[in-house]
Design a protein around this ligand. Sequence first.
Ligand SMILES: [Zn+2]
Length: 97
Amino acid sequence: MSTHAYSEECPNCGFDMESYQDNRPINTCGHYCTNCGWYCQPTYGQVELEELNDWRKEHNENNEWTKEDEEYLSQLKELPECTTDPWEAVNERYKNE
Ligand SMILES: [Zn+2]
């Protein structure tokens, strides 16, 4: 079973919220308070090119990787293709195997 439902106290009103935890296709969780409407849910997306390049630069700096290293991530001129829905993304990646 990949979805675990449980209840957790709403941070806003203290009501027992409906909460869930999924472990497929990645670990996510969500909370929905049926008393006051507070919610928390995962969002999926792709960052802008500038931010991605910042991440890639930091990745190199934090690991002290240089252009000679296999793990080194160079700066990109355009965003790579990205399927933001995790189920679709996983299906895409495995469809040619
Ligand atoms: Zn609440």
